[in-house]
Design a protein around this ligand. Structure first.
Ligand SMILES: [Fe+2]
Ligand SMILES: [Fe+2]
Length: 253
């Protein structure tokens, strides 16, 4: 099954190209993706334990194994890139490490937010379907912009095939386990994703505003106080005098 990136991602292709162009950022992002995939794999293994449906149990287990394999592929490639950078230029790796643009180019987002509960397979399938669909579209655009790094591009290509399978099996199983309510479940899952995206943006914005306020305090509010403190110190003159050093080593004063 071929997966197409979303229209928005296609429009933002130059920005995606810029995010992935930096080798250090690429390496760190792949390590972060590995973490998300691993967390998702654990949650899916838990979902397989909880479901009474034998077919879903098998599918969830296979899905969990896939996510674990993705984690290993991402980790391996991420480490390879970072090792190469450390050998080529140790300072470069340290400099870009802090900025990964995760808000703009996340990995399989959704897997890190999974809520696994007994008896709610339809909600889980709906949420999984939307997350897998979004991830598959994103991985497709990452694959397109990584022309200069064929090895990483190959990793995304390999993982994309599994993501396409995850996307289709979750949709099919949702219709099977919830034939009357599958559309409702999908809308509910959409709403949950939008709400979580809003929370993520709100937290990021709050962090940004907090940093801006601190900078304003530091550069605008503090200097006048420092100046006033210096001026009053000059006016008061010297109010204490250093004690002369002890002349003898036999006594303290
Ligand atoms: Fe995955
Ligand atoms: Fe997946």
């Amino acid at each position: 099954m071929s997966v197409k990136p979303s229209r928005l991602d296609r429009l933002l292709r130059p920005l995606h190209r810029w995010v992935w162009a930096n080798a250090s950022r690429r390496g760190h992002k792949l390590l972060r993706f590995a973490q998300t995939e691993e967390d998702g794999g654990r949650d899916l293994a838990r979902a397989a334990e909880l479901t009474p449906d034998p077919l879903l149990r098998r599918l969830f287990l296979r899905h969990a194994q896939d996510e674990q394999r993705h984690a290993e592929l991402f980790r391996l490639r991420g480490r390879e890139i970072l090792r190469w950078i450390r050998r080529a230029s140790p300072m470069l790796g340290m400099y870009v490490q802090a900025f990964e643009a995760n808000w703009f180019a996340p990995g399989e987002r959704g897997l890190d937010d999974l809520r696994v509960e007994r008896g709610k397979e339809d909600s889980l399938l709906a949420f999984l379907h939307l997350s897998e669909k979004a991830a598959a579209g994103r991985f497709a655009i990452y694959q397109q912009v990584l022309r200069e790094d064929p090895a990483t591009r190959g990793v995304f290509g390999e993982i994309l095939q599994d993501e396409a399978f995850h996307m289709s099996y979750t949709r099919y199983q949702l219709s099977r386990v919830s034939p009357d309510r599958h559309r409702l479940r999908l809308w509910q899952a959409r709403f949950v994703r939008i709400w979580r995206a809003y929370l993520r943006i709100a937290v990021a914005l709050a962090g940004l505003l907090g940093s801006a306020m601190l900078l304003v305090q530091y550069f605008v509010l503090l200097p006048p106080f420092a100046w006033m403190a210096k001026r009053s110190a000059r006016k008061e003159g010297q109010v204490w005098f250093p004690k002369s050093a002890p002349t003898s080593l036999r006594r303290q004063y």
